[in-house]
Design a binder for this molecule. Structure first.
Ligand code: ADP
Length: 392
């Protein structure tokens, strides 16, 4: 019988002690790691929120130097974040307000902070990079972090917010009333149009009336066009998605108008990206948008010109998108009008309804995409659509 080595009791106790301490340490490390991950996660969430906010969110230190400038602030003030970090807040204010505002912030800074923060609200003037002054609604939050005073201000561009509100109210009001009215108008109008058409063609109509009857017929057709436009504007049916080849739809839509384009001596250049991923969208609606853009480009080039259609796959913030550019060499757009092109009823055409682009915008936004217009440096206008390719 072999003699078992007896481990002394005190060694066993020490071993158990060491084991317990290691377990405690491990638990501590896991805990800290978990806490670190939670901090990272909430930071990522916060950064995401800062990015998508419409308002300007700006932080500054006790010396009133800018320490945070979100995307909303870039949009509203026209500066990039790189241009502002470390700069005094004064660059965002009209000069005549700089002194009083500095003093006001200093007074506010001197007030004791009831825990954990204090805030105030008001209206003041901001100054954009191009010098334009504009009223802003401001909420300032004062925080003491590690003994340091930090201010965070949320600024809303009042004029822009009002414009957005008016625009969406206008759209909603138009939507509500149109469907019914347009529908009621179209039936009797068809009868009138047909009657006028027959009268103009009737040999019994006195020749001196024929021209007038044709003018009336033209006007009746115009009313029908407006009513139809209103109907499709109000109808905005739900998006029915299926996967399709975007380039193919662009080509097919172009075929529908290629005859008119040729008659106008408009040269067409197709620059469709190869290997574009198929998109998950409502093909009929997207085709309607493209057709509208092509028709507008045709209308803008009354003397002929060149139409370029470009598609491209792009990545934006990790999202995979397809982009279509419809570029013409037409009359271009008054820079003041670029923002208004998408408003319902905005038209510069004698025969226009001003509804085409607002319908396009409605469709693209219902798809979660974006549409915008730019003037091209060499003349003409470019319409740019971006659409997500949809869930995988
Ligand atoms: P409509 O064609 O009935 O006027 P839209 O909403 O389609 O309605 O267009 C609104 C306005 O936008 C047009 O009247 C025109 O002033 C402008 N526009 C649209 N497309 C172009 C373009 N390619 N070039 C210049 N202006 C354009």
């Amino acid at each position: 019988m072999s003699e078992k080595t007896k481990i002394p009791d005190h060694l066993i106790r020490e071993l158990e002690d060491a084991r317990r301490r290691i377990a405690e340490l491990e638990a501590g490390v896991t805990e800290r790691k978990r806490a670190g991950e939670a901090v990272q996660e909430s930071q990522a969430r916060l950064e995401g929120m800062l990015d998508i906010a419409d308002d300007a969110i700006i932080s500054m230190d006790a010396d009133q130097r800018i320490t945070l400038f979100n995307k909303g602030a870039e949009r509203i003030f026209g500066y990039t974040v790189e241009e502002t970090l470390g700069q005094p807040l004064d660059i965002l204010l009209p000069e005549r307000f700089v002194k009083s505002h500095r003093e006001h912030v200093q007074d506010f800074a001197a007030l004791p902070v009831p825990s954990p923060a204090m805030s105030e609200r008001g209206i003041l003037f901001g100054r954009r990079k191009d010098g334009e002054e504009f009223p802003v609604e401001i909420s300032i939050l004062k925080l003491e972090i590690g003994g340091e005073t930090v201010f965070t201000a949320i600024l809303r561009d009042i004029k822009r917010a009002e414009e957005q509100l008016i625009r969406s109210e206008k759209l909603a009001a138009v939507g509500r009333m149109t469907a019914g009215v347009a529908h009621e108008i179209l039936n009797p109008l068809n009868i009138i149009t047909l009657g006028l058409h027959m009268m103009a063609d009737d040999p019994d109509t006195p020749p001196e009336f024929v021209d007038q009857v044709r003018v009336l017929e033209g006007q009746a057709i115009r009313i029908a066009k407006i009513s139809q436009g209103l109907l499709s504007f109000a109808r905005q049916r739900p998006v029915e998605r299926r996967r399709f080849d975007f380039n193919e739809t662009v080509r097919r839509t172009l075929d529908l108008v290629s005859h008119e384009l040729r008659l106008r001596a408009v040269e067409v250049e197709l620059r469709l990206a190869e290997g574009l991923p198929p998109i998950l969208a409502d093909e009929d609606q997207i085709q309607q948008v493209i057709l509208n853009l092509l028709t507008n480009a045709h209308d803008a080039m009354s003397e002929g010109g060149r139409l370029v259609l470009r598609t491209e796959a792009i990545r934006d913030d990790g999202r995979q998108l397809v982009e279509l550019r419809v570029e013409d060499t037409g009359e271009g757009t008054d820079p003041d009008d670029l923002d208004k092109l998408f408003d319902p009823f905005f038209t510069t055409k004698g025969e226009g309804t001003g509804l085409g682009l607002s319908i396009c915008q409605g469709i693209i936004e219902a798809h979660g995409g974006a549409i915008r217009a730019e003037n091209l440096p060499e003349g003409g206008t470019s319409f740019i659509i971006r659409l997500g390719i949809g869930e995988e």
